[in-house]
Design a protein around this ligand. Structure first.
Ligand code: ADP
Length: 474
């Protein structure tokens, strides 16, 4: 039980891990990527805006001639202050050596600012970058009337407003993510319960069956036609089959006991009558001993048949397949059984349509076909006829044993291959026979991957057709 629970927890854990890997992690990654992309977009837009601003102001400086004429210093200070106030940016103007010529904050004037962005603007092209402290610097060069670079304009601004805006949308989205995760987790737990619940129930049922409770069944919910329910149906069917095997095993044992008891009781009665009757004449002794002897023969025959059947069932002795002439096999059988037919003046005919060779176990097939021919002779009245025919096609050989004997009723035909089944039990005692012959024949034919069919009409006759593949494949 512990193990079963354990395995159902494992499946549940696997489902939850799958859900985390396939659901939560991609959701979080997606959210983070979306935030980062949004933030980068706004920062890029801001860079463009600042570069634009720096360009406009650099053009304005060139036109105003602030850099070349120091008498404009005051106008330059006022101008830069005003522009900074209007735009909200800090503006720094440097000369071509990086020395600060003007600063909207007024703090850096006179200092040399050797920022890489300023160098790049002087040496190559205008540039806008995001700083570690979160500010954006946009630097453009200032040119004189001849187009010579004489300085730079640096426009700087913080990005805190962008961060604030992104953070503002982050919170509700994260809350939504957590909510979605919980809803999906609850869904996964419910789903895993609907999968593992019936699965552990099924395992319990199988376990109970393996402990010998073959009557245990899994309740099948007709509505949910999923794989687990199909498995439950399959397990129930398997249990039915096992129960059938168990019942037929018990029947077999009780049949064997019953069949052996009959001759044993006769022997007991016969021997007791001799023992109690000490004055009995010699002829009576001989008579009774003959009867005892024939009962022992009968038991012997039955035990031999039983042993043959058990060996066939257990496949204890593997079949010895060899390519044999079926014509030879049938001729031998006919030769051996002809005296039996002659005793009853039965016309035993043999007709081979073709020469046939097939992979068979000769001893076993001889026994199987002999049973059919013996039955045909046994269940045909004196003067009747029995016909054995051999034919084949590309794949199979067909052996037909037909008689015009007593025949069988239609509804008996499905039972005659069962062990110990005899149609007329009283008659069977006269004719001999154990009721095992046809079971042996069928088991043998099955082991050859063949089949056996019977048609019969009461008082008209019976025909058995045995099909055996020409080549044996394991
Ligand atoms: P048995 O040893 O009694 O012959 P089988 O298993 O060979 O046992 O046959 C089972 C029963 O099938 C027989 O008891 C008989 O009633 C019936 N049967 C078999 N072969 C024939 C046949 N050719 N004609 C009529 N009945 C047959």
């Amino acid at each position: 039980m512990g193990k079963i629970r354990h395995s159902s927890y494992k499946i549940r854990l696997m489902l939850i891990i799958t859900y985390i890997c396939a659901g939560i992690i991609p959701l979080l990654l997606f959210t983070v990527v979306v935030f980062k992309t949004t933030e980068n977009y706004f920062i890029d837009e801001r860079k463009k805006e600042l570069l634009n601003q720096a360009n406009v102001y650099s053009g304005h400086i060139t036109i105003s001639g602030y850099m070349s004429d120091s008498s404009n210093k005051r106008a330059f200070d006022r101008d830069i202050e005003l522009t900074s106030e209007q735009s909200g940016y800090r503006i720094i103007v440097t000369d071509d050596m990086g020395a600060v010529v003007n600063d909207s904050n007024g703090t850096e004037i006179g200092k040399t600012v050797l920022l890489p962005e300023i160098m790049e603007a002087l040496e190559k092209k205008d540039v806008a970058t995001e700083q570690k402290n979160g500010n954006i610097y946009a630097v453009t060069s200032v040119v004189d009337e001849n187009g010579k670079k004489i300085g730079t304009v640096l426009v700087a601004e913080e990005t805190t407003d962008i961060e604030d805006m992104v953070n503002g949308i982050k919170k509700p989205i994260y809350v939504m993510n957590v909510l979605i995760s919980f809803i999906v987790l609850a869904f996964v737990l419910v789903m895993s319960q609907t999968i593992t619940g019936p699965l552990s129930k099924l395992l319990e049922v199988i376990r109970s069956m393996s402990e010998g409770h073959l009557d245990t069944r899994m309740p099948v919910d007709e509505c949910s036609n999923n794989e687990i329910m199909q498995m439950a149906v399959a397990v129930n069917n398997m249990a039915d089959a096992l129960e059938q095997v168990e019942t037929s095993r018990q029947n077999f044992v009780s049949n064997v006991s019953h069949e052996l008891k009959t001759p044993l009781s006769s022997i007991k009665v016969l021997s007791e009558s001799i023992l109690l009757n000490s004055e009995a004449p010699k002829e009576m002794y001989i008579e009774f001993l003959k009867d005892i002897n024939s009962e022992v023969d009968r038991m012997n025959e039955m035990i031999n048949d039983l042993l043959t059947l058990v060996r066939l069932d257990q496949k204890e002795v593997p079949l010895n397949f060899k390519t044999e002439s079926i014509n030879d096999v049938l001729e031998d059988i006919i030769k051996r059984l002809r005296p039996l037919a002659d005793n009853k003046e039965i016309d035993l005919q043999y007709n081979a349509v073709k020469e046939v060779e097939a992979d068979i176990d000769r001893t076993k097939i001889t026994l199987a076909i002999s049973n059919l021919v013996e039955n045909a002779i046994k269940y045909t009245d004196n003067g009747g006829n029995v016909k054995v025919t051999l034919d084949c096609d590309h794949q199979n050989t067909f052996i037909t044993v037909a008689d015009n004997g007593i025949g069988m009723a239609e509804d008996e035909l499905q039972n005659i291959f069962q062990r110990f089944y005899r149609i007329d039990k009283t008659r069977a005692r006269e004719t001999g026979g154990t009721g095992l012959g046809l079971s042996i024949t069928r088991s043998t034919v099955m082991l050859h991957n063949g089949s056996i069919k019977v048609t019969s009409h009461e008082n008209e006759g019976t025909t058995f057709v045995v099909r055996i593949p020409l080549t044996h494949v394991d």
